[in-house]
Design a protein around this ligand. Structure first.
Ligand SMILES: Cc1ncc(COP(=O)(O)O)c(C=O)c1O
Length: 385
């Protein structure tokens, strides 16, 4: 948020700002979904609904998960929430007590650690391994950090901020480890449609997911519906009464209109989603190609989500600057906004920046051209001194 405020300041000074900080698709919600929302309004479907979510939506969510992952989810194992963020909160509130530990691979979406802290629990971070060609989840490093206080392991796949799609073996090993140790897995698969190659392995494909998994997903990214506030939580039937009790006392129900629109989204047509994802694949390729032309920037081709998290260690060393200083300099000199890796909770990615490619290709090219030119200028100046 601090960096977004700086970007606003740069725009107010007259700079043409190109923000690589965005966390949502740039297209408006697809028309058939908007129409379903309008219809709900016109039909007066504007009151409270069941806390757990309207039955048609829960059925559509279960059908989606079963068709895609063969998960065998039933509609009564689904709770509709006000965005994935609320699903994370409800899941954590159900499992965590003060003093408990939550294991979080780092860098991570900041809400996991913040929510754990709100609940009096302690985040314990385990860094993803930087291989020089991307990031890997080291399950044995996770295991080493488990204690008798560990009650939850977070698995965000595809991963924000690195765009990593974890390999099937790592996912399976993690679920296996958690069930052996009786630890919950909070699986956040909100980017599950943004997978560009390779096979995505959902935790719901594990035969024993019900033993340990609290599964989070939602409409925000897949259908470009961030403002509709619609997410979902899936868990073993025995946990549902507790989850519903928390939900009822936090938000009563998800917005009725959004739920109706959410049914239309899942029922399809899916062509607009496929087209959007194809577009994002092309943007990713442009982004990575442009980044790889910048001296000192170590990049890789992420397989999922819409972020890349290149390493700037060499560059900032050559420049004698910190990543934050470089980011700030890029905002005020060229109007290019990036998110420094140090904003993620444990600073494991402090020598990286997060760049979202949810932008039109010409803006990606233009932003990257400015970044490259400015880096070249800075290196030249440095060499002269
Ligand atoms: C990994 C991850 N989980 C959850 C969310 C929150 O999603 P929602 O807007 O549906 O609450 C985001 C949003 O950026 C995210 O990146």
């Amino acid at each position: 948020m601090t960096f977004i405020a700086k970007a606003r300041e740069a725009a107010a000074r007259g700079l043409d700002v190109i923000s690589f900080g965005v966390g949502q698709p740039d297209a408006p919600t697809f028309p058939h979904i908007v129409e379903a929302g309008i219809r709900a309004l016109e039909e007066g479907f504007t009151g409270y609904t069941e806390t757990q979510g309207i039955p048609e939506l829960r059925k559509a969510i279960a059908d989606y998960l079963n068709e895609r992952y063969g998960a065998g989810v039933s509609a009564d194992e689904v709770i509709v929430t006000t965005g994935a963020k609320t699903a994370l909160f409800v899941a954590m509130a159900a499992v965590l007590r003060p003093g408990d530990e939550v294991l979080i691979p780092e860098p991570s979406y900041p809400s996991y650690a913040s929510t754990a802290r709100i609940l009096g629990a302690r985040p314990v971070f385990v860094p993803l391994r930087w291989t020089g060609r991307g990031f890997e989840l080291d399950v044995s490093a996770v295991e080493e950090r488990l204690t008798e206080r560990t009650k939850m392991i977070v698995l965000n796949n595809p991963h924000n901020p690195t765009g990593t799609v974890f390999n099937a073996q790592a996912v399976e090993e993690l679920v296996e480890l958690a069930s052996r140790r009786g630890i919950a897995v909070l699986a956040d698969e909100i980017y599950d449609n943004f997978v560009y190659e390779g096979r995505f392995r959902s935790v719901l494909e594990s035969a024993r997911w019900r033993d340990v998994v609290l599964y989070v997903n939602g409409h925000s990214k897949t259908f470009s519906m961030t403002g509709w506030r619609l997410g979902w939580l899936v868990a073993d039937r025995r946990l549902i009464p507790l989850l519903r009790f928390i939900a009822e006392n936090v938000y009563s129900c998800a917005p009725s209109i959004s739920q109706r629109a959410g049914v239309a989204a899942l029922r399809g047509p899916w062509e607009p989603v496929r087209e959007m994802v194809e577009e994002f694949r092309q943007r990713r390729d442009i982004m990575v190609e442009e980044l790889s032309k910048i001296p000192g920037v170590e990049t890789y081709k992420p397989q999922g989500a819409f972020y890349v998290f290149p390493r700037l260690a060499r560059l900032v060393e050559q420049l004698g600057m910190t990543v934050e200083e470089l980011v700030e300099h890029m905002i005020y000199s060229r109007g290019v906004v990036m998110i420094p890796g140090s904003v993620f909770p444990d600073k494991a990615g402090a020598l990286h920046v997060r760049l979202s490619y949810a932008l039109r290709p010409e803006r990606i090219r233009e932003g990257m051209r400015r970044f490259r030119e400015e880096v070249e200028n800075l290196l030249e100046e440095k060499a002269k001194r």
